[in-house]
Ligand binder design. Sequence first.
Ligand SMILES: Nc1nc2c(ncn2[C@@H]2O[C@H](COP(=O)(O)OP(=O)(O)OP(=O)(O)O)[C@@H](O)[C@H]2O)c(=O)[nH]1
Ligand SMILES: [Mg+2]
Length: 423
Amino acid sequence: MQDTEEQNLDRAVLVALRLPETNREDLQDELKELAALCASLGTEVADQVVQARSRPDPATFIGRGKAKQVKEICNREGANVVIFDEDLSPAQVKNLEKLVDLPVRDRCGVILDIFATRARTSEAKLQVELARAEYMLPRLTHQWTHFQRQIGGGRIQRGFGEKQLELDRRYIRQRISVLKERLAKLQKQRETRRKAREDYFRVAIVGYTNSGKSTLMNWLTDSNLLEEDKLFATLDSSIRAIVPTEKPPVLMSDTVGFIRKLPHSLVASFRSTFEEAGAADLLLNVVDLSDPRFREKMEASREALKEFGLDHKPRFTVFNKIDVLPESKLPAIVRSIYPSAICVSAVSGEGCDELKQQLLGFFEDRMVDVELSIHYDQGSLINRIFENARISSIEYQEDRINVRFKATKSEMGRIEGHLKRVS
Ligand SMILES: Nc1nc2c(ncn2[C@@H]2O[C@H](COP(=O)(O)OP(=O)(O)OP(=O)(O)O)[C@@H](O)[C@H]2O)c(=O)[nH]1
Ligand SMILES: [Mg+2]
């Protein structure tokens, strides 16, 4: 992890609003998640403050009196940053910073920070930098030095005075257009690569962050992708073939995890990553069944899928982590509520073979069964079938070969084209 020294400096007070429609348990769960997000950045949580209100204050989000109380708590606890569990408007941040006299950050800012520490490929780095630049632009104030380290390139100077601020804004705007151009180029390359995979079957693993997507993908593809007990361990969509390799291979891609209140700037920047999932024939929606609030997280994932335009795709729901369930009977109960869900443990491998069979079965249903009788002088056609189709029986005769096989519809189209050419 980068910037360890700086990250260890932060001690935060978390602040949330409880609106009339908010359930107390949901809010506690969200605050727990926010604390986990902070922990990922090495930020210690000193205390948390919840204010019940009928609606957020447009200028200061919480009430002014409450803000003063937050300031006192920060002083008492030695906190150096205040983190809100919602996205704040730039004006709210400005007003709150005056009231609490400390840097104020929101949920979106924290998630963006995490993404920045996790991005590994050049595309993910550009996507995160773009999301942060767009987030920061309207928020640049005299107090923004806290954010200064967050933007890439190191070109930005500490801003003093309106003139400097205007120069910084101009720089960020220019940077945004450069980043967009670079991303568009990368996206073109990605499209070309995706086209090359059109003949394969494709599965994308999606789901809430930390649900075990990468672990499951490692199990199914016998690979070694980063899996960690951390929110947002994966930011790059890796692609691997399910083993043993079939004809055509079934390719699997890992994706960025979902989270409640996924920041919009991130959704926009990471949209291209989800294009991989958009091109998939099937989604595996992984749910951490050991999480008591798995239903809420399923709902958040469902909303995110909708936001990325993936909600109409064929989808398997995979309940993961059944090895840590308090009662071994639970999967049976869950199965009765979600009859089509598949229960697995990506760590022990329980249920994973069944999942693989169901996956392969899904694709097999999309293949056509063919029987052909081919002259030996059509060697290239015979080779093509042996290379690209699943042979179920072969019969060698004097002048010809009778072959039964399964092939994808697109492969069958090519075989038919070949037959037409020679007839
Ligand atoms: N007990 C148990 N732990 C699991 C299982 N699957 C994954 N884990 C653990 O859950 C944590 C998260 O796993 P990942 O595979 O990184 O989860 P992810 O969904 O890829 O997470 P992000 O990439 O951060 O969104 C890791 O510590 C895994 O070891 C499982 O079946 N049982
Ligand atoms: Mg992952």
